[in-house]
Write a new protein. Structure first.
Length: 421
């Protein structure tokens, strides 16, 4: 086809939700057989494809958090075309189109259709079209009040400070977004007058965004979902992709290994982002890019367990070859447990797996390892593994059959076994 017949497809992503716009996005151009023609990652909110042949296409927008949206654009008659994604008007897709038969349906309809998941499926909820709440697996009680709090340790007690108060009815019109400063704590607590509490871990002294929305998933014990995001969009995007198991996409995202190495190197600026870089490099087994930085991350940031975990697993995976390496792995994992709950779910998994390995190798005779493993085991069973930031559901403990509340002033309960402060 002659070059002067080439066209341009361009567009913007818009939303009232800054939380969504901060996340890295992949924009794919698919042909009528749903084969990828072009693909790019964007950190801004605009995209364009140049020198495109006149044809029928699907533009697929994928967030690193896993949400996907698609639009059909018909440029068979030529002429540049704008394809805008207004996230308030779209419904999340559970997965991309599965085959050419999907395009057969599209060809029979008007062009530039918005593709939605069927009503009532896991693909999403169109709150504008269904106000009855009938598609929710939960009956929402509009009287439920929630409070998100910071937990500060003071004079031997964890004292709560409220960040935001809201009711479930406020979420009917869409997600609630709120910015806050984490301060000198890595612990957040979500409480309500009906549901069990949720403990969340967040980075120390950072500007954070929280998104709270209704959650229709039946397996969840509470009908809302809460997500945290720091200001470091590169780190958050890598963490999202890693948590979703999308490592191929993560490696292609701005050359993930290079991005992770850069985050790891800049640990003095952002220790939590450095931990994400370290976890990513462990995942792809690129130990050369890790250098000796995991050791420094563990030594320089005593408030964070993740550095110790990353350093231990760097030694385990890269080969315990140097004299004293086995002892250093043991010391690092014990140190991680003593510092508290890892910031990220990946860290919980690696800490638990590492302690189990050492416990097995010692045939149960290492008392310190056994005690540390028992401590971690008290919250591993309560982890929400679908979350990237460590999230513990109902983090109380029982003494003689009686549940001890998380913030009980007389007994710090669950938390006094997690933190050596």
């Amino acid at each position: 086809m002659a070059g002067n017949n080439k066209i341009r497809i361009f567009g913007d992503v818009s939303s009232k939700n800054d939380f969504a716009l901060k996340t890295a996005k992949q924009v794919e151009l698919l042909d009528e057989n749903l084969n990828r023609v072009q693909s790019k990652w964007i950190t801004g909110n605009s995209f364009n494809y140049l020198d495109v042949d006149p044809a029928l296409y699907v533009v697929k927008l994928s967030f690193s958090t896993g949400e996907q949206y698609s639009k059909v654009v018909d440029v068979r008659e030529g002429g540049d075309k704008s394809v805008d994604f207004d996230l308030e008007d779209l419904v999340e897709k559970d997965k991309a189109f599965s085959g050419p038969q999907e395009m057969d349906f599209i060809l029979s309809e008007e062009s530039n259709l918005e593709m939605h998941a069927p009503s009532g499926t896991s693909g999403g909820i169109d709150l504008d079209n269904d106000k009855s709440g009938s598609i929710f697996k939960y009956e929402i009680d509009r009287s439920v009040q929630f409070q998100l709090k910071r937990l500060y340790l003071h004079a031997g007690n964890f004292l709560p400070e409220t960040i935001i108060t809201f009711s479930d009815s406020e979420l009917r019109d869409g997600p609630l977004n709120h910015d806050f400063f984490s301060g000198k704590t890595t612990l957040l607590l979500l409480e309500s007058n009906r549901y069990e509490p949720i403990l969340l871990c967040c980075p120390f002294n950072q500007h954070m965004s929280v998104q709270i929305r209704l959650n229709p998933i039946e397996e969840k014990s509470i009908p809302i979902e809460i997500k945290l995001m720091s200001e470091n969009s590169i780190a958050e995007s890598l963490l999202n992709l890693m948590s979703n198991g999308s490592m191929i996409q993560a490696e292609s995202f701005f050359d993930g290994a290079v991005a992770a190495e850069m985050l790891f190197q800049e640990k003095r600026r952002d220790a939590a982002a450095a931990a994400i870089g370290g976890y990513f490099l462990l995942k792809i087994r690129d130990y050369e890019r890790m250098h000796n930085w995991a050791n420094n991350l563990a030594n320089w940031f005593g408030w964070m367990p993740d550095g110790c975990i990353i350093h231990a697993w760097q030694m385990i995976n890269d080969g315990v070859n140097e004299p004293g390496d086995e002892l250093r792995v043991r010391e690092r994992l014990l140190e991680a447990q003593q510092r508290g709950i890892p910031l990220y779910t990946e860290g919980v998994r690696l800490l638990f797996d590492g302690l189990k390995q050492l416990h097995t190798l010692a045939k149960g005779r290492d008392r310190e390892i056994a005690a540390a493993l028992e401590m971690v085991d008290t919250y591993v069973g309560k982890i929400d593994w679908s979350q990237k930031n460590t999230t513990v559901i109902n983090p109380g403990r029982k003494i003689n059959g009686e549940e001890i509340p998380l913030t009980d002033r007389n007994d710090r309960g669950f938390l006094d076994r997690l933190f050596d402060q």
